[in-house]
Design a protein around this ligand. Sequence first.
Ligand code: G6P
Length: 358
Amino acid sequence: DAADLEKGMYPYYMLKEIDEQPAVLRRIVQQYQNSAGELEIPNELKQAVEAADRIHIVACGTSYHAGWLGKHFLEKMAGIPTEVHIASEFSYNPPLIKGNPLFVFISQSGETADSRQVLVKVKEWGYPTLTITNVQGSTLSREANHTLLLHAGPEIAVASTKAYTAQISVLAILAATLSEEKDFALIHELGIVANAMDSIIAEKEQIAELAEAYLTDKRSAFYIGRGLDYYVSMEAALKLKEISYVQTEGFAAGELKHGTIALIEEGTPVIALITQAENASHTRGNIEEVRSRGAHTCVCVMEGLQQESDQLVLPAVHPMLTPLLAVVPTQLLAYYATLQRGFDVDKPRNLAKSVTVE
Ligand code: G6P
């Protein structure tokens, strides 16, 4: 069918979609640029966000993980306090609302039932809503007051890859267009990220070898990191577990010692992400803690922070945008580990691309 034709030379959609990420990033920058070459969002949306004194992000799965980066950008760049909610938990623990909130729904498909149910409730309450989605005309888009599109092209593989980096990019653009500071040249910085993604993707064989060395014959694994690297660790762990069935946890590097470190055995893979100068030495300390208890540690580090023994060095990008880059090798690790373990990368058991039941 048409979709198979589109897959072309790729053995799996997931690999095609990982490879597309630099192009998607460039397309997003183009789509959100005005004729003066500046990033821009629709004026009515800008007014709605500026009128908000708090933002509530609602999402599921990978989109929920992107939401944490949205919180980071909206607070750091735009100065708006932001909370992130798992959609299916929202009704049990609704936020305490004072003032003028804005609700932001992040959903690749725009059809996820858990998120839709929250949108219905929020509309009943009468608050303004924005949906960030890959699918124009999807339910969450039609029912919200505002929509920002991801422009990622159809995502077919069940494991989300290019939608995640597109979500992060659009969230960064949203936050940057609200920022007073004009010295953060986001267009330029995203261009650097796209080029850096290209160079990681060009050397994917190296990551296939790491997957073989660290993950292929394992039952469990950990990703650890601090700050932005923790958020990426959560997504990296989801990617690995959902398609390879290696039981994986993404952990805040400093929290591991408060209990979960008990699970570290001889040979347990622990993949550490280090992209932030401010926490690099602390994460290094945590790597030592697990290594001394037998863990097989793999360090994925940003250029400038590396040590000689590190396994994977990522090209340097702006510190706020490292998640866009750091996630790519973790997607490839999941992809290759799954291939090597003999499972269908695009169609993992028990999962659906879009879940339309609560
Ligand atoms: C399903 C998919 C996940 C996805 C989640 C949210 O569970 O398997 O990959 O992250 O739904 O989907 P959405 O379309 O709302 O982003």
